[in-house]
Design a protein around this ligand. Structure first.
Ligand code: ATP
Ligand code: MG
Length: 323
C-alpha cells in the first residue's frame, strides 16, 4: 500500500491574488512528509487542491496515473475514497453525534453491516483517545476533541493516503507526542502515504521523513529531513530552527527581501534530533541509519545530532537500538 502524489507546476489564485505558483514535488509513497509555512501561505488551499476540492489554475496532481484536477464526479468520488483527510477546522457535521461523524465515511463508501461499522468506528475513536464521547455532539466537546474526532473520521477507511491539516493544533504537549507516535505507527503498519501540515516545529523535526516549506508564493524547499534540517537557505533555516532572525517576519506579506540579506548571519544548523520510532521498536519503513543522507552528500551532522533524551546515540548505536 501507499501511493505517491506527484505535483507538477501547480498554480492557484483567487481573483488577482496568486496564492502560490510553480509548485512541483513528489510526496513519496509510504512515507511521512510534513508541509510547513507561515500563516496564510496557502497550505490548507494546497491540501484542498490535492483532493480536488479546489481546482488549480494550472498544473497536475498525479495519483496512480490519474490527474486529480481533471477528474469529474464519479472518478473524483472514487479517488477521494483513497484519501483520509483531516481538515483544519475538523469539518464535523454539527447535527450528528461524534460517533455518526466518525462512522460517516463507512456508511457512505462501504456496505459494511452496522455491527462492523460500529466496531471499526469504536476502534478508531479509541485510537485517538475519544472513547466515551460517542454520543456527544461537536458543539459539546473541546476544540482538541473535535480535531481528534476529525482524525478518527479520516482514518476510518484505512486510507492509502492521509492528509492532515494541523492535526496537533489545540492539543496539549502530551497529546501532541501521542499523536505523532500514532502517525508513525499507522505508517509503519499500513504503509500509508502521510502528508501533515503543521506549525509545530518540535513535531516537524522528529516526525516526518521529508519536509517542505511554503513561503512567498512557492515551495522553497522539499526534501529528506536531514537535508532540510541542515539547509543553509535563510528561510528554511529560520523556519525549521524557530529562529526570530531571518527573512520570515510576523507579517508574511511584507517584502523582506532586502532586510533578510542585510541582517542574515547564516547560523549553524541545530543538532538533528533522532526520529520517532514505531512503538514496536523496529525501524520505520524506508528508514536508513541516522546520518545516511548527510554522509551520501559529503556532509557531517551538526555536533550533538541523533542523541535522544536518554543520551542514546542513534547514529553510533543504530544496529543495537533497532535489533
Ligand atoms: N475559498 C477561498 N476564496 C478566496 N480566498 C481564499 C479561499 N480560501 C483561502 N483563501 C485565501 O488563500 C490564502 C491562503 O489560505 P490558507 O488557508 O491556505 O492559508 P494557510 O497557509 O493554511 O494558513 P494557516 O497556517 O493560518 O492555516 C489566504 O489569503 C486566504 O484568505
Ligand atoms: Mg491552514
Amino acid at each position: 500500500m501507499g501511493v505517491e502524489i506527484r505535483v507538477e507546476g501547480l498554480r492557484k489564485s483567487f481573483g488577482r491574488q496568486v496564492i502560490w505558483e510553480d509548485v512541483s514535488f513528489t510526496v513519496p509513497a509510504g512515507q511521512i512528509s510534513a508541509l510547513l509555512g507561515p500563516s496564510g501561505t496557502g497550505k490548507s488551499v494546497f491540501l484542498k487542491n490535492l483532493i480536488g476540492l479546489l481546482r488549480p489554475d494550472r498544473g497536475h496532481v498525479w495519483v496512480d496515473g490519474q490527474d486529480v484536477p481533471e477528474l469529474r464526479e464519479r472518478r473524483l468520488y472514487e479517488m477521494r475514497r483513497r484519501f483520509g483527510v483531516l481538515f483544519q477546522d475538523g469539518a464535523l457535521f454539527g447535527s450528528m453525534s461524534v460517533f455518526d461523524n466518525v462512522a460517516f465515511p463507512l456508511r457512505e463508501h462501504t456496505r459494511l453491516s452496522e455491527s462492523k461499522v460500529r466496531a471499526k468506528t469504536l476502534e478508531k475513536m479509541e485510537m485517538v483517545g475519544l472513547s466515551g464521547a460517542e454520543d456527544k455532539f461537536p458543539g459539546e466537546i473541546s476544540g482538541g476533541m473535535r480535531k481528534r474526532a476529525g482524525l478518527a473520521r479520516a482514518l476510518v477507511l484505512d486510507p492509502e493516503i492521509i492528509l492532515a491539516d494541523e492535526p496537533d493544533s489545540g492539543l496539549d504537549p502530551v497529546r501532541t507526542s501521542y499523536l505523532s507516535q500514532l502517525f508513525v505507527d499507522i505508517n509503519h503498519e499500513t504503509g500509508a502515504t502521510i502528508l501533515i501540515v503543521t506549525h509545530d516545529i518540535g513535531t516537524a523535526r522528529v516526525l516526518p521523513d521529508n519536509m517542505g516549506l511554503l513561503f512567498r508564493r512557492g515551495l522553497v524547499a522539499f526534501g529528506p529531513r536531514e537535508m532540510i534540517l541542515t539547509s543553509r537557505d535563510p528561510a528554511v533555516n529560520q523556519f525549521f530552527n524557530a529562529r526570530r532572525e531571518g527573512p520570515i517576519g510576523m507579517a508574511e506579506e511584507k517584502d523582506l527581501a532586502d532586510q533578510s540579506l542585510e541582517t542574515y548571519h547564516d547560523p549553524a544548523p541545530a543538532p538533528i534530533p533522532p526520529q520517532i520510532m514505531p512503538s514496536d521498536g523496529r525501524p520505520r519503513r524506508n528508514q536508513t541509519p541516522p546520518g545516511t543522507w548527510l554522509r551520501a552528500h559529503g556532509l557531517q551532522p551538526p555536533p550533538g545530532s541523533f542523541i535522544d533524551a536518554e543520551g542514546r546515540n542513534w547514529q553510533q548505536d543504530w544496529p543495537r537500538l533497532t535489533a
